[in-house]
Design a protein around this ligand. Sequence first.
Ligand SMILES: [Zn+2]
Length: 435
Amino acid sequence: MTDTAVDEVVSLCQDLLRIDTSNTGDPRTTVGERVAAEYVAEKLTEVGVEVVIHESAPKRANLVARIPGADRSRGALLVHGHLDVVPADASEWSVPPFSGEEKDGYLWGRGAIDMKDFDAMMLAVVRDWQRTGVVPPRDIVLAFTADEEAGMTYGSQFLVREHADLLSGCTEAIGEVGGFSYTVNDDLRLYLVETAEKGINWLRLHAKGRPGHGSFVHDDNAVTAVAEAVAAVGRHRFPMVVTPTVRTFLEQVSDALGIEFDPDEPELTIAKLGPIANLIGATLRNTANPTRLEAGYKDNVIPGKASATIDCRTLPGQAEIFLEQLRGVIGPDIEIEHLQQQAALETGFDGALVEAMSDALRAEDPGARAVPYMLSGGTDAKAFTTLGIRCFGFAPLKLPPDLAFSSLFHGIDERVPVEGLRFGARVLDRLLRNS
Ligand SMILES: [Zn+2]
């Protein structure tokens, strides 16, 4: 890839950052997805790529394009990025969040790392190929989705449900959140490739009691009951379970840092990880965090019911066991309502695609070592995996050693290092040419 082609990733990313695609979770106030999809369409059709745009609802646009490969009998590789972002409160930012400003070696803006950086890399690579006549070894399917930030209903889930034909033949996929560097020392950087994701289980707990007057002695109060359950869940630590992905990650990281890995005390290793400790720590156990409470309508009336929402994240293979454990914590009288459930995923860190990732990283950074890790959150991979596609998080970025990367996701002053972005475009180019 020539430097000129690499340069384009910066202006493409800047353009995308300047399109406000805030996803509020409410279709009435969500904006910009259609505008962004049309921008992507223009950049692709300009170089001769055919695109299709499907709206799941007015202006909730999803774009898919297929680049034919040399061997069309092989399984296709899906490369996906979402176009929506979480909202940003401009008053909290150092720069206007939709300015795409370049400052201090970074592009600043909501979506800079989540994930308009990778959207721009996809465009830069494919535009370069089209201009220079590069044909990838197998079909590459590009998908730019809506609604990743609010449950995927209008985005990847819609594509999987209504337009699976566009994804036909896809056997593997790459998308967010992986491929970023964690610096061990000047000569060694670990690049975390996402090979697993925790499952999502949003639950509402309901307590019932005897309604009554607030002035009486009352021993059957729904507010008290739900509060006790919420407090118990909030303070509970579920047992540690070291899955194959997390074990491999910790072994590799211990080796790189020159420390002993004790499988019985993985938290000791994690405590030494600095900026990514938080990211990895959440993948050692199932978690359940109370997020909402609802009860009552008047200060002196004891309501007959009260409820609370719990955001639960489960390890691969733990969904059933988790519910049993949760029941043990909240007791028998609380009713559980299932609001949203998405399965965890986990794949091995092996095969030709994984080798191609390692090779592409090493070619651009001789100090690179690719390691697998599990993401505690969720991505569009959750939808694509239901089609039997083997999903990885690989949106390559070389990061400055001191950057608190994980706190930039949905964070104030989200920004991407310009050199890291250019690095990512070169790595993606190499990977897609050799996969
Ligand atoms: Zn994202």
